[in-house]
Design a protein around this ligand. Structure first.
Ligand code: IMP
Length: 185
């Protein structure tokens, strides 16, 4: 089967995942659904528990994706709280926390969870970068304007973001597994 159902309420994530699927000849269908995200210490835990909850409501195979921004100097903050922190502090709040901080290293991580009636499987990817000194770029979503890889923020990259992104790496691992599995029946 050359199609996958992706559950997210975030259109930016959907656009990226759809593009990545297209490159591999897999059609990604969007199910726009808000779901309860349990709290937890790792993206893996949150993705797996979320998938278990959705599985009760949706009787077909699907994927979800959970991401987080981990800033070295802030001991991994906002990490698993990235969504809440984005809504409350936003990019300007993160830039304030990082004012005067020299070590600007950060990692964006993504975990894709595939779920069908027999199993849940997790695939992860990450991209290393630095927190910019100011917001730059008009593309993307979320923390893209402040996360810089090789001199450009993700928001300045347009579709080039797909070449380097955490989501790209996690999705590639998933699609490779999924295509092998489909081919072997
Ligand atoms: P979640 O995976 O939807 O929980 O995302 C956590 C937070 O990180 C949200 O505020 C997202 O907007 C943000 N986020 C997730 N992926 C990305 C990305 O690729 N670039 C920038 N921000 C992101």
């Amino acid at each position: 089967m050359r199609e996958v159902y992706f559950i997210t309420s975030n259109p930016g994530k959907y656009r990226e995942v759809k593009r990545i699927g297209e490159e591999k000849g897999i059609e990604i269908h969007w199910i726009e659904m808000e779901y309860y995200e349990p709290q937890g210490e790792s993206l893996e835990y949150i993705a797996e528990k979320s998938a278990e909850i959705i599985k009760e409501r949706l009787k077909k195979p699907f994927i979800i994706e959970d991401s987080g921004l981990f800033i070295e100097k802030l001991k991994g903050f906002p990490g698993v709280y990235s969504s809440y922190v984005f809504k409350t502090l936003g990019n300007e709040g993160i830039l304030k926390l990082m004012k005067g901080v020299e070590n600007r290293n950060a990692v964006f991580r993504s975990v894709v969870a595939y779920c069908d009636k027999d199993r849940i499987r997790l695939f992860s990817g990450e991209v290393r970068g630095v927190i910019a000194h100011e917001q730059r770029g008009r593309g993307g979503f979320g923390y893209d304007p402040i996360f810089e890889v090789n001199g450009r923020t993700l928001a300045e990259m347009g579709k080039d973001k797909d070449r380097v992104s955490h989501r790209r790496k996690a999705m590639e691992k998933f699609l490779k597994w999924y295509m092998n599995r489909s081919e072997s029946g």
